[in-house]
Design a protein around this ligand. Structure first.
Ligand code: ADP
Length: 376
C-alpha cells in the first residue's frame, strides 16, 4: 500500500490528467475556487473566465431562472451529497448531459469547508435513452393502430356471417333438400360456425388488448361447462372419427366464473385438440380438484408441440404448425385468448407436450368456490 503522501500525489496527477472527468471545487458561498483540466475541457472555458464565478454559471439559463441551479448545493449541504444527472451549459451556451455528484466536503472536525462537484459528459447515453424512448413511443402507436385494425377487421368479418347462416336456414325450409344438398349445406354450416368462432375470438382479442373485457362471475359447475363445450364441437369430433372421453367426478366442481367465457376457453382447447390430432385419434378431458383449485386437463394423442415453442405458445399469433397443412386454418389467437380469459378468472393455464407426434396436454386451474366433498 502507498502512504498517504504518495497516494495524494498520484490522485493529484489523476485529477490533473483525466479528460473524461470534470472536478470542480466550490467554496461555502457557492463560488468556484478551482477546477481541473478535465473541467476546462468539458465546459470549454478558461480558468480566468470561471474563477470566483457562482457554480450556477455552469447550469443552463432556464435552470438558473427557476432556482434549480442552486438546489444542488442545498441538497449536498443537508445530506452530504446530491446525485444529479442533468443538462449543463458550456461557455458558448451549448448544452451537454452531465452525470455526477455534488459532495459536501468536511474537515477532520466535521466542519463544512466547501463543495466538490465531479461529473462526466454522458450526452451519448442521454441520446441513446432518447432514441429508445422514441422507439417505445413509436411501438405504442403501432400497437394501438394494430388494435384499431383488429377491431375494425373483426367487426367487418362478423357482419356477413349472419346472412349466410340465415340463407342456409331459408334453403332448408323452402327448397327440396336432397341428401346431397343437405351434406353441402352441412359443410356451409360447419365452416360458418368455425369462421364465426374465429371471428368472435378475434373480436375478443381486440377487446382484451384494449382492456375492455369483463367477466361476470357467478358460481358455476365446471362439469356443465365442459358438457356444453363438448356438445358444441361434437360435429367436428365425429367428422374426424376421434374418440372423446370426459372423466369428471360425479359431484359438480364449482368455480366462480363466467359460463360463456369459460365455455369459450374449453371450446378453444378442444377445438385445437381436434384440429391438431390426425383422424381416429383420442382426446380426453379430466376434471379434479387440488387444494383450493379446480384442475381441468384437455389432452390429445395428436401432432404435439415442439419443445422450443412451448414457452411462447400462449402468445398472440404464435403458430407451431403454420407451414403444415392441417386444413382447418387458424389465426394463432385461440391460446392467447384462453390464457387471458383464464387469468381474468384468477386462474392459470399450462401446456405439456413430449414433442412432435407425442400429443399435447393443457391444464387449466381455476379457484374453487367450495371444495368437492365426497358424496355431498
Ligand atoms: P390456431 O390454432 O388458430 O393457430 P391457437 O392460438 O389456438 O391458434 O394455437 C396456437 C398454436 O399452438 C397452433 O397454431 C398450433 O401450432 C399449436 N397448438 C395448439 N393446440 C395444440 C394441440 N392440441 N396440439 C398441437 N398443437 C397445438
Amino acid at each position: 500500500m502507498l502512504n498517504e503522501a504518495s497516494a495524494a500525489q498520484l490522485l493529484h496527477l489523476l485529477i490533473g490528467q483525466t479528460k473524461e472527468l470534470a472536478v470542480v471545487l466550490v467554496d461555502l458561498d457557492g463560488r468556484i475556487k478551482w477546477w481541473n483540466p478535465g473541467a476546462r475541457h468539458i465546459f470549454g472555458m478558461n480558468d480566468d473566465e470561471i474563477r470566483g464565478e457562482l457554480v450556477t454559471r455552469l447550469f443552463p439559463a432556464e435552470e438558473i431562472e427557476n432556482g434549480l441551479a442552486g438546489h444542488e448545493i442545498t441538497v449536498a449541504r443537508a445530506h452530504g451529497v446530491a446525485e444529479d444527472d442533468r443538462w449543463m451549459a458550456r461557455g458558448d451556451g451549448s448544452r451537454f448531459w452531465a452525470s455526477g455528484v455534488m459532495l459536501a466536503l468536511r474537515n477532520e472536525k466535521g466542519e463544512l469547508v466547501g463543495f466538490g462537484k465531479i461529473l462526466r459528459n454522458r450526452t451519448d447515453l442521454r441520446e441513446q435513452l432518447d432514441t429508445l424512448k422514441n422507439q417505445v413511443a413509436a411501438l405504442d402507436v403501432a400497437s394501438q393502430q394494430k388494435d384499431i385494425f383488429l377491431t375494425t377487421l373483426s367487426h367487418e368479418l362478423r357482419n356477413p356471417l349472419s346472412p349466410i347462416g340465415y340463407a342456409v336456414q331459408l334453403i332448408r325450409r323452402t327448397a327440396d333438400v336432397t341428401p346431397e344438398l343437405d351434406s353441402h349445406l352441412a359443410v356451409i354450416e360447419r365452416q360458418t360456425d368455425a369462421l364465426r368462432r374465429m371471428v368472435n375470438d378475434l373480436v375478443d382479442v381486440a377487446r382484451l388488448g384494449a382492456g375492455k373485457v369483463e367477466v361476470r362471475k357467478e358460481p358455476i359447475s365446471v362439469n356443465e361447462v365442459i358438457h356444453r363445450s363438448v356438445e358444441s364441437i361434437a360435429p367436428i369430433v365425429r367428422e374426424k372419427r376421434h374418440q372423446l372421453d370426459v372423466l369428471f367426478p360425479p359431484t359438480p366442481i364449482v368455480v366462480e366464473g363466467d359460463p360463456d367465457r369459460l365455455q369459450q376457453v374449453f371450446v378453444n382447447l378442444l377445438n385445437n385438440a381436434v384440429k391438431y390430432t390426425p383422424e381416429d385419434g383420442r382426446i380426453w378431458v379430466e376434471g379434479t380438484t387440488e387444494g383450493n383449485e379446480a384442475v381441468i386437463d384437455v389432452a390429445d394423442t395428436g401432432i404435439g408441440i415442439p419443445n422450443e415453442l412451448l414457452p411462447q405458445i400462449f402468445e398472440l399469433f404464435t403458430q407451431a404448425h403454420a407451414s403444415r397443412k392441417h386444413g382447418d386454418g387458424g389465426l394463432g389467437i385461440g391460446l392467447s385468448l384462453v390464457k387471458d380469459l383464464v387469468t381474468l378468472h384468477g386462474g392459470s393455464v399450462q401446456v405439456r407436450s413430449e414433442g412432435e407426434g407425442k400429443g399435447s396436454e393443457f391444464t387449466v386451474r381455476l379457484p374453487l368456490v367450495r371444495p368437492v366433498t365426497a358424496g355431498a
